[in-house]
Design a protein around this ligand. Structure first.
Ligand SMILES: C[S@@+](CC[C@H](N)C(=O)[O-])C[C@H]1O[C@@H](n2cnc3c(N)ncnc32)[C@H](O)[C@@H]1O
Length: 235
């Protein structure tokens, strides 16, 4: 495998994400963005009355482990993997493994109840996306849940930020429809999809999620999430 490009970014990752629009939207650093994803995931399972403490969770392409760390106490087992050993280096309290092959997930079949891939797929070449999604299918138990969260290419600010962020030099954004289709082909049934990040942190803190949820089908939020279930007789 060639040296993962995120090894080059790992030491100054947060600095490389800095962008005036992003900073105005989410405040200093990335915490707001990670917390929004954590809250979407919590809401998804809460609505299904699922006991996540008995579940195992893998964050594919976990990077510095921000999301998986925020969810560490929500699940019985949490793990992360990434092709970049540099990105994984500082993660604590979470089982991590390096993906020595970009297309293979370094865990066994049916090990997890829940897998996320957050801002990963736009770094995966389009021709490699289906095989990676089939890999997620492999590591999930029957009925397990896969959530993909991605930048929304219909949002002009998201596109502008991606176009000038050094770590996104290779980015090929995918629409929510493309993501749902990919998951369907790989043996998943899409259950919930919504756009989010319509309002900056200062507004969101006052209005809460109810207002954003109301907008959730309008394809203008900065990002979107698709939750899908592994079909019982998939692949
Ligand atoms: C923009 S970062 C996102 C990191 C983390 N998910 C987050 O939200 O903070 C993209 C990550 O995807 C990883 N990545 C790239 N290709 C991948 C692949 N084929 N499988 C898994 N991860 C991959 C990169 O190494 C990098 O850590």
């Amino acid at each position: 495998m060639s040296r993962p490009e995120f090894d080059e970014y790992a030491a100054s990752y947060e600095k490389l994400l800095k962008d005036p629009i992003r900073d105005r939207f989410g405040g200093k650093g990335s915490r707001f963005f990670h917390e929004r994803k954590r809250d979407l995931i919590r809401a998804y399972f809460r609505q299904r009355s699922a006991n996540t403490r008995s579940m195992s969770y893998l964050d594919l392409g976990c990077g510095k482990g921000d999301l998986v760390s925020l969810l560490r106490d929500d699940f019985g087992r949490v793990a992360g993997c990434d092709p970049s050993a540099g990105m994984l280096e500082t993660i604590q309290g979470v089982q991590t493994r390096v993906q020595t092959d970009f297309g293979k997930i370094p865990f066994g079949a049916a090990e997890f109840d829940f897998v996320t891939a957050v801002c990963v797929y736009h770094h995966v070449p389009p021709e490699a996306r289906l095989a990676l999604t089939c890999e997620v299918n492999r590591v999930l138990k029957a009925g397990g849940v896969f959530a993909i969260i991605e930048h929304n290419p219909y949002n002009p600010a998201a596109r502008l930020i991606v176009s000038r962020t050094p770590v996104d030099a290779d980015a090929v954004l995918l629409t929510q429809r493309e993501t749902s289709k990919l998951m369907g082909v790989a043996g998943f049934s899409c259950q919930v999809s919504r756009y989010f990040l319509y309002f900056p942190e200062s507004v969101y803190r006052r209005t809460g999620d109810a207002v954003e949820k109301w907008f959730g089908k309008i394809p203008l939020g900065g990002q979107y999430a698709v939750f899908a279930i592994k079909n019982s007789r998939s692949l």
